[in-house]
Design a protein around this ligand. Structure first.
Ligand SMILES: [Zn+2]
Length: 240
C-alpha cells in the first residue's frame, strides 16, 4: 500500500472509530451504567460507615457484658461474706449498703445493654438494607450490560475489524508521518488529513494560488496545507 493511500485510510478508520465510540458512549445503557456505578459507590461508603457503627456497638456490648460479669462476681463475693456469719454488726451494715450499690450498678448495666441491643438491631437493619440495595444495583448493572452487549454486537464486530485493518495500514506509513498525523489529530480533533481536488484542499477548501501550487506539486507527497496546517496528501490530485 502506498503511504499516501495508507494515511488517507488511517484517517477514515480513525474517524469511523470515533463515530462508533460516540455511538457507544451515547447508548442509554452506558449512561445508566455510569449512574449505577455512582450509586454503588455511595452505597459502599454508607455501608462502610454502618459497618463501623455496628462494630462500635458490638464492642460496647462486649464491654457491657464484661462489666456485668464482674459486677455479678462482686455481688456473689459480698453476698458470701454477708451470709458467712463471721462479720460483726458494723461490717454487716457496710456489706448491705455495698450490695445495694452493686444492685443499682447491675440495673444500670442491664438498662444500657437493652439500649445497645436496640441500637445493634437498628444498625444491623440499616446494614441489611444497604447490602440489599447494592445487590439490586449489581443485578441492574448486569441487566444493562447484557442489553448493551446485545445491542452493540454489530458495532463491536466492526470496531474489531477496523482496529485489525488499522494495524496493517499503519505498517505502510513512516514513523515520522505517523508522528505528524498523531499530533495533527490531537490538534484538529480527528480531521487531520486533507486531499486535493484540483487546487482545493478537501477540508479547509481554500484554493491554493498557482505560485504555491507549483511548489506543492513538486514537493513531497505528504506536506502541510499552507492555510490550515493539516497534513496535505498531494499525489491524490492525479488519482482523483
Ligand atoms: Zn487546509
Amino acid at each position: 500500500m502506498r503511504e499516501t493511500d495508507a494515511l488517507v485510510r488511517v484517517q477514515e478508520i480513525d474517524l469511523a472509530l470515533m463515530r462508533y465510540k460516540r455511538t457507544l458512549d451515547d447508548m442509554p445503557q452506558t449512561k445508566k451504567l455510569l449512574a449505577i456505578r455512582a450509586a454503588r459507590k455511595k452505597v459502599a461508603s454508607q455501608l462502610s460507615k454502618i459497618v463501623g457503627q455496628r462494630k462500635d456497638v458490638q464492642m460496647d456490648l462486649d464491654e457491657n457484658e464484661r462489666a456485668h460479669t464482674r459486677l455479678e462476681e462482686l455481688v456473689g463475693e459480698t453476698q458470701q461474706k454477708f451470709e458467712s456469719g463471721e462479720v460483726g454488726y458494723r461490717e454487716l451494715a457496710n456489706l448491705e449498703s455495698q450490695l445495694t450499690v452493686l444492685a443499682k450498678k447491675l440495673e444500670k448495666r442491664e438498662f444500657q445493654r437493652k439500649e445497645l441491643l436496640a441500637r445493634l438491631e437498628k444498625v444491623q437493619q440499616a446494614e441489611n438494607n444497604a447490602r440489599a440495595m447494592d445487590a439490586r444495583l449489581a443485578e441492574e448493572a448486569e441487566a444493562q450490560k447484557g442489553s448493551y452487549k446485545e445491542q452493540t454486537a454489530g458495532i463491536e464486530r466492526d470496531v474489531r475489524m477496523l482496529v485489525r485493518e488499522r494495524e496493517q495500514v499503519v505498517a505502510s506509513i513512516s514513523e515520522d508521518v505517523i508522528k505528524r498525523y498523531n499530533a495533527a489529530t490531537k490538534r484538529f480533533g480527528g480531521l487531520a488529513v486533507e486531499t486535493l481536488t484540483g487546487n482545493k484542499p478537501s477540508v479547509c477548501r481554500v484554493s491554493i494560488p498557482p505560485s504555491s501550487f507549483g511548489d506543492i506539486r513538486r514537493g513531497p507527497d505528504i506536506t502541510e496545507c499552507p492555510y490550515c496546517h493539516r497534513l496535505l496528501v498531494c499525489d491524490h490530485m492525479f488519482s482523483s
